[in-house]
Every structure is written in structure tokens, then in C-alpha cells.
Ligand binder design. Structure first.
Ligand code: HEM
Length: 456
């Protein structure tokens, strides 16, 4: 029996009654897809093969010596929680369309990937998502990338060691085209943050029963079917039990100084005073810096970061329709669009991203997000979100404006903001905030099943 990806019940992965097919699925799935793997320190290698046999031997070597299964990862998480036993590092692999071709798969073969966006590759999709022209991308991404190797852990040493071992195993015919280094950042409360200083990674589609059970769920149901993130691996020995996931990788540079100036100008323009000035940035993100959802509360603070909310009854008087989290997850519809986000911040800071230091002390480049997300369909999830929601000034309502964080493309219309939280009175129309995030390059990959990789 094929694994039922549409089952609405979250997966009880360690249940004694788990069927053999689902067990096989977990034993052959890469970690970090169904559940985020610790990757406080992250090394990302972009590889080009040039010789099919040697490329295959390299991937097989990495899979058999360094990669664990999704099930092993989940067992490690459980053992850490119950016995404090430390887990092993994460190694993940993604292969691009060009990579599959270079490994010897024919054009017809590659058509077995149902996702047109994957088959096009990111360079072909620039116009659709309003990305900068390819010749403006970082050099690494202008080249033809065949595979990405991700190495992550909570400590830097195991990552450095594995990176060295994996690089040393590359055949002479292959090349590392470029590398990125991710490094987690946390605020004083211990929550993971991104460079603008806001808590990030809180809202995720959850697939596993133990994760779902821990969440309050009066308003928002965090449980999602596997079909949001898994597809049969077309080249695996048994695609009914061997799955993979489409991985989008985008290097997104953040101009933190500009964003902090924008927060202040917006607070001035709306006449916000004192602590209420924090609402300016919160209206752009949809959450306060500490993660408090703006639709739930008019000011920051009050316990653990909530994800149990919807925008029902909020006609934009609390959280604007343009707010990043509202654009990218309207919550009352579009659940099938939600991706499993697995990004990591890059770039070193000496300042404290969460505090109120003046904008001129903030970096204007060289820092940002290595945006990564697993999808069952790049076309209907990542690209749909970027294109039809974030870049679309008329989503969800006419004249909503672009997503002020990730929206790309010309911002022509003017927009309004609520002057007082929860009151219908809106500001006079004003120019949309400038784009402060620049896409520096990326690629679409497929994270194949371990069964495929081991059998190469
Ligand atoms: C949530 C920042 C890029 C989609 C968030 C949150 C922050 C954030 C602060 C709130 C934390 C949370 O709810 O988990 C950023 C920054 C980005 C970026 C600074 C770029 C540098 C993207 C991109 C996409 C995206 C490229 C997709 C096209 C989402 C989604 C959520 C989210 C789906 C969760 C919304 C929800 O379920 O409530 N982001 N983001 N983000 N972001 Fe982004």
C-alpha cells in the first residue's frame, strides 16, 4: 500500500502500530523535512559534478557514511528530551534539474518530476517572481549548480569536521562552486530571530503528533498532512514508500539600516508615541519583535510566542492585510500553500538586532537570510506565495500593497495603515515602504529519498 500522504491525522511516528510502509518511508526520508533539524551552525556547499559516475559515487558515499534518516533524527530528538543524549549532525542533499541531467537522467526521465518550476530552474523564473536579472546575482548562483549539500549542528566543530570530510570526498571532476555559512541568532528570551530583530520560524506546518500535541490550538490548527511537503521520489526503487521534497534556496540580503529607518519614518508619519512606536515595524511584519501577533494584541509582551491565532474579524484595523505573516499565510484559506521553512540567517553582527539602537549603527548589507523551504510543489507553494501573494499589491484586497518585507516589483500604489490599534480610522494614503531585501541568487532542488542516494 502506498503511504497515504493526504491523511489529515498527524503522524504518530513512534507508535507501536505504525504500518510497515510508513516505517519504510521514514527510514528512507531525509531529516529536516518533516521536522526542523538543529542547524544553529550551518554550512551550505554548492557542487557541480561534470562526470556522471563520479558524481553518483560521491552522493552515494555522502548518503551511506554521513546521512541519517528522518526516523533516526526523530529518535535522537526523543532521546535528547528524555535522557539528554546529544544527537548527531544533519547532512542533507538537494539535486537540481541540471544535476539530474548531469548524473545521466534523460530529458524524458526528468519529466517524471511533476513540478514545472523545478524543471525550469530558478534562472528561468526571474520574470515570474520579479527577481533581479541573473547577471546581478552572486557569481556562485550564476553558474550551473548541480547539487547542494547542507551540514548543520548546534556546535561549530562537528560542522567544520564534516565539511572538511565531505569536501575531501569530492572527485577531481567535481567542483565546489561556492559556499554559504549560516549562523543562528537569538534574542535575550532565547527565541531565534532574523536580522531585522524579529522572532522567526515560529509558525510552521506541523506533521508529527508529538509536535502538534504540544501546541495550543483553540483558533489555529497547526496539523498538516504530509502532502504539504512530500512527493513520491520518481527515481527511487519504490516511489510509493520512498519520498522526497522540493527545496527552494534563496540568498536574501537584508538592508537592516534601511528597514530600521523605515520603521521610524512610519512611526513618525502615523504620529505614534512611546511604546506604541513599536507598532510601526509590527505592521510591516504582522508580529512584534518578540513574536506577539499584531492581530491579537496592540503591544508586545506576555508569555511564550503564540501561534494560536487567525485574522478573523480583523479588517486591517489591527494587522494590515499587507503584513508579512498575513500576506504569506492568511490563515482562513490557503493551507495547502504553507511550506516547511528551514532557513538560517547569515552574516556576523556586533550590534544587538533586538534593541533600539539608532539605524545608522545597523548593517546595510552582507547580512541576511539563507531562505530555505521544503515544498510538495514549488509552483503552488513557494512561487505562489512570492508571486501571487507577496508581489501582488491587490492581494488580499484591492490596494493592499506589496508585502513590505519580501515583496518584489514596482510599488506604484499608495497604502494606508491603522493609526490606533483596533480602530477603523486609517492614515492618509502614503507611498509603500521601499524594498530592503535583495535576492542574491538561488536554485530549486529536489531532496531525494535515501533509497535513491544509497542506490546510486
Ligand atoms: C514568517 C521574516 C522571507 C514566508 C515570518 C516571520 C518573520 C519573517 C519575522 C514571523 C515568524 C513566524 O511566524 O514564524 C522574514 C524575513 C525574510 C523572509 C526577514 C527575508 C529575509 C520569506 C520568504 C517567504 C516567507 C521568501 C516565502 C515566499 C513566510 C511564511 C511565514 C513567515 C509562510 C509564516 C506565516 C504564518 O504562518 O503565520 N517571516 N521572512 N518569508 N514567512 Fe518570512
Amino acid at each position: 500500500m502506498p503511504v497515504d500522504l493526504n491523511n489529515a491525522r498527524p503522524l504518530a511516528w513512534d507508535s507501536a502500530t505504525l504500518d510497515a510502509d510508513t516505517k519504510a518511508m521514514l527510514d528512507n526520508l531525509q531529516p529536516n523535512i518533516l521536522r526542523a533539524h538543529v542547524r544553529e551552525h550551518l554550512s551550505v556547499l554548492f557542487v557541480r559534478f561534470n562526470d556522471a559516475a563520479e558524481g553518483k559515487a560521491f552522493l552515494r558515499h555522502v548518503a551511506t557514511t554521513h546521512m541519517k534518516s528522518a526516523r533516526k533524527h526523530l529518535e535522537e530528538v526523543r532521546d535528547f528530551a528524555t535522557r539528554g543524549r546529544r544527537g548527531t549532525p544533519y547532512v542533507g542533499i538537494g539535486i537540481s534539474k541540471a544535476g539530474y541531467r548531469d548524473l545521466g537522467h534523460t530529458v524524458q526521465d526528468v519529466r517524471k518530476f511533476g513540478d514545472q518550476v523545478f524543471r525550469d530552474g530558478m534562472k528561468q523564473r526571474v520574470a515570474e517572481v520579479d527577481d533581479p536579472p541573473v547577471d546581478q546575482w552572486d557569481r556562485t548562483y550564476q553558474r550551473e549548480i548541480h547539487a547542494v549539500v547542507l551540514i548543520g549542528d548546534d556546535r561549530p566543530e562537528p560542522v567544520a569536521k564534516l565539511r572538511q570530510e565531505i569536501r575531501a570526498a569530492l572527485p577531481a571532476s567535481a567542483r565546489v562552486l561556492g559556499e554559504e555559512t549560516g549562523q543562528g541568532m537569538r534574542n535575550p528570551a532565547g527565541d531565534g530571530i532574523e536580522h531585522f530583530g524579529y522572532v522567526d520560524g515560529r509558525s510552521q506546518p506541523l506533521f508529527l503528533k508529538d509536535e502538534v500535541d504540544r501546541e495550543p490550538k483553540k483558533r489555529w490548527d497547526p496539523a498538516f498532512p504530509l502532502s504539504n511537503v512530500l512527493v513520491p521520489d520518481p527515481f527511487a526503487p519504490d516511489p510509493r514508500r520512498h519520498h522526497g521534497s522540493y527545496l527552494v534556496f534563496r540568498k536574501l540580503e537584508q538592508n537592516v539600516r534601511a528597514f530600521k529607518e523605515i520603521e521610524q519614518h512610519l512611526a513618525d508619519a502615523l504620529g505614534l508615541k512611546g511604546a506604541d512606536r513599536d507598532r510601526a515595524g509590527a505592521m510591516l511584519i504582522g508580529r512584534f519583535k518578540d513574536g506577539t501577533p499584531l492581530t491579537s494584541k496592540g503591544k508586545a509582551g506576555g508569555g511564550p510566542v503564540s501561534n494560536d491565532f487567525t485574522f478573523d474579524g480583523d479588517e486591517g484595523g489591527k494587522c494590515p492585510f499587507s503584513g508579512h505573516v498575513r500576506k504569506t499565510n492568511p490563515r482562513s484559506f490557503g493551507r495547502e500553500v504553507l511550506m516547511a521553512r528551514r532557513g538560517q540567517t547569515y552574516g556576523r553582527r556586533t550590534d544587538h538586532p533586538w534593541d533600539d539602537a539608532p539605524p545608522e549603527t545597523r548593517p546595510s548589507g552582507e547580512v541576511g537570510l539563507l531562505f530555505m523551504a521544503f515544498n510538495a510543489s514549488l509552483e503552488n507553494q513557494f512561487e505562489f506565495t512570492q508571486r501571487t501573494w507577496a508581489n501582488n499589491e491587490d492581494f488580499q484586497n484591492p490596494a493592499t500593497g506589496h508585502d513590505p518585507v519580501i515583496g518584489q516589483g514596482r510599488r506604484e500604489i499608495k497604502v494606508t495603515f491603522p493609526k490606533v490599534w483596533g480602530k477603523p480610522e486609517l492614515s492618509p494614503p502614503q507611498a509603500q515602504v521601499a524594498q530592503t531585501i535583495t535576492m542574491r541568487g538561488g536554485e530549486y532542488f529536489f531532496a531525494p529519498s535515501l533509497a535513491y542516494l544509497r542506490g546510486l
